[in-house]
Design a protein around this ligand. Structure first.
Ligand code: BGP
Length: 474
């Protein structure tokens, strides 16, 4: 492994910060989502309803405790920390002309704290936390005006932190919104609430187009602000395997892959791929895409591809098989993979899928990759004040091994690896606290009760050694 390989961890503002109205912050879309569970989806409410419980309001109080947490990350030897800037801390409503200075100051302090320990900030500009007002007033990313609001925000923060942040990501898991069977994804990606009977796919294609333009403008502006910036896109990489070698399964798996790859195709190659244009033609979609938009997209190609990797899917065209349907982890055409076990939340555990993904993406794009999320959600148990998370260690070890093969045997250019939820965050898909990912346990339960005390898990000491040995000792 190269000596500058960025080992670290990843979190997102809305899942850890709390302080949801502190220092002038406005409501974000994450602040109107209740807690769900494995079987019950999170509810999206109209504004904040007094009687309901919203786990992101408190998060894990990182807004207050970040100094202590960063110190713990530094103890593990993190070379970088990926987090996001909550848009609604900077522009509380989203459409203001002037930013909120107190919000800007918070991130100044946060980045200074990281640098104190030689930790490189890797910053996502939009991680499921746009200002809620933009949903109420403008309908979220349905509206072209969002491009200007986002670019105002991204320009403001890139200017402000031009000497503190080098690595940026534009939209987190931008491709998640293709999961149309569950309402939360279009909402968290794009602030879109579907109306009855609307053509959801068309709406999402339009919203994604505006985001491509906004992302490309951000990349171009960012390079003007500081030519050393590395600005990436961010995709949820879930490879789709054909369940069998039946050509129908193979073709369907390829079609499923394209639902993800189309996003990176546009952001990396700078134009819409033929298969998408054909699909729109077949469906009779006439989207609001101008010639100027296409030029902007062509000019603002990203510098690297950041991706999350948690699981793979097995795809079958056989309608008599049991499909996972609208499972949060799943895909309408996905079936159980008989060769893989799953996490308690039904996500297929597939370390080799990480190597497959690295190869698939690097072969296709030949630009640097960055694994900005990978992790194991598990209901950790405190035993006499300790947490023996051996299954998490096993999971990460297997994935890192495959990652190293991808670099050493296949020649993939990889910038770094950040473990998702390095300190237990609020789960994104379910809003639960008990779906834990961290090296550091946070004493808080699903109802928000607890001391918020931080406790090092066994994996904390293990990851410290991994980093110390630059991936040599796993
Ligand atoms: C990704 C998100 C993260 C994160 C992770 C784990 O989709 O980018 O925000 O939470 O998945 O998901 P969950 O928290 O639902 O287990």
């Amino acid at each position: 492994m190269k000596s500058d390989f960025l080992w670290g961890g990843a979190i997102a503002a809305h899942q850890v910060e709390g302080g949801y109205l502190s220092e002038g912050k406005g409501l974000s879309i994450a602040d109107v989502m209740t807690a769900g569970s494995k079987s019950r989806s999170r509810e999206i409410t109209q504004g904040v309803i007094k009687e309901k419980y919203y786990p992101n309001h408190e998060g894990i109080r990182f807004f207050e405790l970040y100094r202590e947490d960063i110190k713990l990350f530094a103890e593990m030897g993190f070379r970088c920390l990926r987090t996001s800037i909550a848009w609604s801390r900077i522009f509380p409503m989203g459409d203001e002309e002037k930013p909120n200075e107190a919000g800007l100051k918070f991130y100044d302090d946060l980045f200074d704290e990281m640098h104190k320990y030689g930790m490189e900030p890797v910053i996502t500009l939009s991680h499921f936390e746009m200002p809620y007002y933009l949903v109420e007033k403008y309908g979220g990313w349905r509206n072209r005006k969002l491009i200007d609001f986002f670019v105002r925000f991204s320009t403001e923060v890139m200017e402000r932190y031009k000497d503190k942040v080098k690595f940026w990501l534009t939209f987190n898991e931008i491709n998640n919104q293709m999961i149309l069977t569950n309402n939360i994804f279009a909402f968290t990606n794009s602030g879109i609430l579907f109306q009855d009977g609307e053509d959801r796919l068309k709406t999402v294609y339009q919203a994604a187009h505006y985001q491509f333009v906004a992302s490309a403008l951000t990349v171009s502006k960012g390079h003007e602000i500081n030519p050393d910036f590395k600005i990436g896109c961010m995709s949820a990489a879930t490879p789709n395997y054909a369940y069998s070698c039946h050509p129908e399964d193979v073709l369907l798996a390829q079609k499923e892959d394209r639902k993800n790859l189309y996003f990176t195709d546009v952001q990396i190659r700078g134009h819409y791929p033929a298969y998408i244009l054909k699909e729109w033609e077949r469906k009779g979609y006439e989207l609001d895409i101008t010639d100027l938009d296409l030029k902007v997209i062509q000019k603002g190609c990203v510098d690297y591809l950041g991706f999350s990797y948690y699981l793979s899917n097995a795809i079958s065209a056989d309608s008599t098989m049991k499909h996972t349907g609208d499972d949060l982890a799943g895909n309408v055409d996905a079936v159980e993979n008989p060769y893989l076990s799953t996490t308690g939340w039904g996500w297929a555990i597939d370390p080799k899928g990480l190597r497959y993904t690295l190869n698939q993406l690097y072969d296709r794009y030949e630009i640097p990759l960055f694994i900005v999320e990978n992790g194991f959600g598990y209901e950790d148990k405190l035993e006499g004040g300790e947490i023996h998370d051996t299954n998490r260690i096993e999971f990460l070890k297997e994935h890192i091994l495959e990652m190293e093969k991808g670099i050493e045997e296949d020649g993939v250019a990889l910038l770094g690896y950040t473990v998702w939820g390095c300190i237990d965050p609020v789960s994104f898909t379910t809003g639960e606290m008990k779906k834990r990912y961290g090296f550091i346990y946070v004493d808080r339960d699903n109802e928000g009760k607890g001391t918020y005390r931080r406790i090092k898990k066994d994996s904390f000491y293990w990851y410290k050694k991994v980093i110390e040995s630059n991936g040599g000792i796993l």
